[in-house]
Design a protein around this ligand. Structure first.
Ligand code: PHE
Length: 487
């Protein structure tokens, strides 16, 4: 049979979300992750405080929201994973889908290792294992040098993830999201209240939000804003496409996309008050005038694994309050990352199901097992995480999403997609949507990518190897035969 015809005749996904609420919470679960907690508040501070909200918001409106809408609509319209979606648009575009899938698989490898550290810290917090403030840095270093412990928490993280995705859409992922996301919010409210009621918190919040308008003239600030929006919303032609394929036809999609985007960005902004309230408290205790003088790291993993443990150790009411708020912080971080990790496994599985007919149980088991084994590389070599993330978690997202917008905008009919969703939409898509997808988003993405590559200077040999490996694997996968397809 003609392969194109054959693919067209493939049946609809046989699994569905039980409710729209479950779908939206799962999408929010994918979006809210490690990125919201330790990346957002640090980026905001570094890039002009309150002024950063402007490029961030522009990135959200210009690229974030239109692309979530597009991914929801593509997944639902074509009913499948991105290799299938892109192949249905043009056979030769299938490879773009695979690049997204291999890329998200690579993100999962190190993302899970960071979650494994977080899980170890849930245990450390329960026992206040770092002891005194002086012990905080040593404990983190000794964790990085303890592959056995990280290997165990990595295995637990993958086991729970495996169990969730193995059980399928409604009884696995939907249930986990309905449980995890509300808890995440409740615990975060508790932490924000604690942060804001600490003496000195206002000073921290001032550092977080006082606008420095001059920063907006720096290109780097805009690169950070756009890169962060793609990563934080999980917009990369993988999780959201396949999540939306499990909504029945005639579902509301555009407003669900807006809700997902605002819940995610609202969470980041809100959680910043906890982080910066606590930093303000530390500043007051140490009697320093600016966060840089604290002597604790503010960005990346340092914030979570050094600054927060330091701060909770010094809370009034220690050691009980240390245990309580330390544990709350790391449970929030773990739950946020866990619902993102399941959204990394699901699209990988769905792509192999679509192309090769792999069943869920086998597919999910092989993917999680392989991820665990390959992830051990980052357990032994934590220094690899940054260069790999620079490629898989940042640069690749930008050009893959660019291709996604161009393919949908120029090789398929956006009007057809609009007509498909509008009858059921709470917020209808007008021609503005076409303008954003065809012109505004691609131009913005190309500008960001070229500027980022020129200035970032982080293109290490490791990053290059990651890029080449992802492309090679994708070309091989795209070249293989679809199930049932004849020569
Ligand atoms: N959105 C997640 C976060 O902010 C990360 C993620 C990216 C998850 C891409 C899935 C796909 O942590």
């Amino acid at each position: 049979m003609n392969p194109t015809l054959w693919v067209w005749s493939m049946g609809a996904a046989s699994e569905y979300w039980r409710s729209r609420k479950g779908f939206i919470l799962a999408a929010i679960g994918s979006a809210i992750g490690l990125g919201n907690i330790w990346r957002f508040s640090w980026l905001t501070y570094r890039n002009g405080g309150g002024a950063f909200i402007i490029p961030y918001f522009i990135a959200l409106i210009v690229v974030g929201v239109p692309l979530i809408i597009l991914e929801f609509v593509l997944g639902n319209y074509f009913k499948g994973s991105s290799p299938k979606v892109f192949r249905k648009i043009r056979e030769q575009f299938e490879v773009v889908g695979w690049i997204a899938i291999i890329d998200v698989f690579v993100i999962g490898l190190y993302y899970a290792v960071v979650l494994a550290w977080v899980l170890a810290y849930v245990g450390f917090s329960l026992t206040v294992a770092w002891g005194t403030v002086e012990g905080v840095g040593d404990l983190f270093n000794s964790l990085l040098g303890n592959p056995l412990l990280v290997g165990v928490t990595l295995a637990i993280t993958w086991f729970i993830t495996w169990l969730t995705v193995y059980k399928g859409i409604a009884s696995g992922i939907e249930r986990a999201s309905l449980f995890a996301i509300p808890i995440l919010w409740i615990l975060s409210v508790a932490l924000v209240i604690r942060g804001l009621t600490l003496p000195g918190s206002v000073e921290g919040i001032n550092w977080y939000l006082t606008p420095n308008w001059a920063k907006l003239a720096e290109g780097k600030v805009w690169v950070d804003a756009f890169g962060q929006i793609l990563f934080t919303l999980s917009v990369m032609a993988a999780p959201l496409v396949v999540y939306a394929s499990y909504m029945p036809e005639k579902s509301e999609l555009p407003n669900s996309a807006w809700i997902t985007a605002f819940a995610n960005c609202g969470f980041s902004f809100f959680f910043g008050f906890a982080t910066w309230g606590i930093i303000g408290y530390l500043m007051q205790l140490q009697n320093v005038a600016s966060p840089e003088q604290l002597g604790v790291p503010l960005g990346g993993g340092g914030l979570a694994f050094v600054t927060i443990p330091t701060a909770v150790t010094l809370l009034p009411g220690a050691p009980v309050s240390t245990m309580v708020f330390g544990t709350i912080f790391f449970v929030i971080l773990w739950l946020a990352g866990y619902t993102s990790l399941i959204s990394i496994v699901e699209p990988v599985y769905a792509s192999f199901r679509d192309k090769f007919g792999v069943d869920r149980k086998t597919g999910v088991t092989v993917i999680t097992l392989l991820s665990f084994i390959l992830g051990l590389l980052f357990v032994f070599q934590p220094g690899l995480i940054d260069p790999v993330d620079f490629m898989a978690g940042s640069t690749n997202l930008i050009w893959v999403v660019f291709l996604e917008a161009v393919i949908a905008g120029y090789y398929f009919s956006l009007k057809k997609l609009r007509d498909y969703v509008n009858p059921y939409a709470e917020l209808r898509l007008g021609p503005w949507f076409d303008v954003l997808i065809r012109y505004v988003a691609p131009i913005a993405l190309v500008a960001i990518l070229s500027y980022g590559l020129v200035t970032a200077g982080q293109m290490s040999p490791i990053s290059a190897v990651v890029l080449i490996a992802i492309i090679l694997a994708s070309v091989v996968l795209a070249g293989m035969k679809w199930r049932g397809e004849e020569k």
